[in-house]
Design a binder for this molecule. Structure first.
Ligand SMILES: Cc1cc2nc3c(=O)[nH]c(=O)nc-3n(C[C@H](O)[C@H](O)[C@H](O)COP(=O)(O)O)c2cc1C
Ligand code: SF4
Length: 433
């Protein structure tokens, strides 16, 4: 049986991305037409039955988020789609935005109808400049064809989509920082509560969803929540776009039903196809730099929210970065920490200073100068940053380090004794000579 199920990526690479004609021929806009015959509560009921969990990384149940926003009596309400996609190793929203933008637009329009919202914003990362052009063209064509803008499909409902551009800061993917950035303020996270459903964009009630989350909405409305749920597992509805990269034969984006094993994702010829050059797997990094690291022993874990959580892993953004036996854990973690030093917005001390201190200790480890006292400081830094950082960036910056600490304790000890099993540190190359 195929391990791929193209529910939301079926049009990718098949139709002209900005052509309404192609999209409609492929079954597009049937979800919106059906949505117009339903009450907002009914649509939300289907999203709840579908057990769609947010695909942006936090896995918040979309149905509950929608229900909370529906109950708020203030207007205007705004629909905001997070297309910042700044998590390293994550490149799945890019595929939807560039190859099937009308699916994202249809999902946004359904959300607009549910919340009687007339304005939607999509925050597309600055690096996706060419994709923004395609998306703009898809919006214009949808307006011309009567699927967007004033009086959509003669229903009297109006919905407009505005494209906003990020400027390359990872923290702007955090939902409240993203809203600040759209408002023209510095892209720094807000204190919560109040939650964005109550006080969001321009201080009004706001829905923030990821691109992949919203791209699922037309399918859920059209096929019904139960059917959608049945494509995945009992607790994780539908499919997930996974991004395979690193030391794996077939890098790319694959839409898999929840419930496929990690082993299949990495080794199945239809998916990852294994590790190149006959090398052994050392570890895999799930959900981006802010996600956990897993080892060979966890390969039979099923890829779904519950099983991964039980194994100390997580889906996160859908990134699966594969590393072979030649990779040094300490060296890898140095790269992860450099990323967080670069991306910390500097607002709070645990994240701004903590990442730098962690990096300094990792450097000492890779140079054979670290001591057991440094390990105790490292432990305290992990705990302090996790508990005291202001936003998700600092809170999750140590997840990779923490999971490696547990899985590769011996490799930390080896480095304290000036040994690097992967022979990356303590060599001329490792010293940059
Ligand atoms: C530092 C940081 C970066 C984030 N980057 C993204 C991102 O690029 N795209 C995204 O959809 N969510 C990102 N998130 C998660 C968002 O805050 C939010 O949970 C998400 O957009 C909600 O959509 P969903 O419920 O559909 O997943 C990020 C969170 C943090 C803390
Ligand atoms: S944890 Fe603090 S310093 Fe780090 S990105 Fe968030 S607000 Fe900024």
């Amino acid at each position: 049986m195929s391990k791929i199920n193209k529910l939301i990526s079926a049009n990718c690479g098949v139709i002209r991305p900005d052509s309404v004609e192609d999209y409609v021929k492929a079954g597009g806009y049937e979800g919106l037409k059906k949505a117009f015959t339903m009450k907002p509560e009914e649509i939300i009921g289907e999203v709840k039955k579908a057990k769609l969990l947010g695909r942006g990384g936090a896995a918040y149940p979309a149905g509950s988020k929608w229900e909370q926003l529906l109950e708020i009596p203030e207007f205007p309400k705004y629909i905001v789609i997070n297309a910042d996609e700044g998590e390293p190793g994550t490149f799945k929203d890019k595929i939807l935005l560039s190859q099937d933008p009308l699916r994202v637009i249809e999902g946004m329009t359904i959300a607009g109808y549910v919340f009687n919202s007339h304005d939607g914003y999509i925050y597309i990362r600055g690096e996706y400049r060419a994709i923004q052009k395609v998306f703009r063209s898809a919006i214009d064509n949808a307006v011309k064809a009567g699927y967007l803008g004033q009086n959509i499909l003669g229903t009297g409902f109006a919905f407009h989509i505005h494209i906003m551009t990020g400027a390359g800061a990872y923290v702007c993917g955090e939902n409240s920082a993203l809203l600040n950035s759209i408002e023209g303020k510095a892209g720094r996270p807000r204190i919560k509560p109040p939650h964005l459903a109550e006080v969001g964009l321009f201080l009004m009630p706001t829905l923030v969803n990821n691109v992949e989350s919203i791209a699922n909405i037309p399918t859920i409305v059209l096929e019904g929540g139960e059917k959608y749920l049945s494509y995945g597992t009992k607790d994780s509805g539908g499919t997930k776009l996974v991004c395979l990269s690193g030391n794996v034969v077939n890098r790319g984006v694959y839409e898999i039903p929840f419930g496929v094993s990690l082993r299949d994702i990495i080794y199945d010829p239809e998916l990852g196809g294994g590790i190149p050059n006959g090398k052994k797997l050392k570890f895999f990094h799930l959900g981006g730099q802010s996600g956990p690291i897993g080892s060979q022993a966890q390969l039979d874990t099923l890829y779904c929210y519950k099983a991964l959580r039980n194994a100390g892993l997580s889906v996160g953004s859908g990134a699966v970065v594969v590393m072979d036996e030649d990779v040094c854990v300490i060296d890898y973690l140095k790269g992860v920490t450099e990323f967080f030093i670069h991306e910390s917005c500097g607002k709070c001390t645990p994240c701004r200073e903590g990442n730098k201190q962690i990096y300094a200790i990792l450097c000492k480890l890779s140079e054979g100068q670290a001591t057991q006292d440094d390990m105790a400081v490292l432990r305290r830094l992990i705990d302090t940053m996790t508990n005291a950082s202001f936003c998700g960036l600092g809170q999750s910056a140590t997840v990779a380090l923490n999971t490696c600490w547990k899985l590769f304790k011996a490799e930390f000890e080896d480095h304290l004794n000036q040994k690097c099993p992967a022979q990356v540190c303590f060599t001329e190359q490792g010293r940059g000579e």
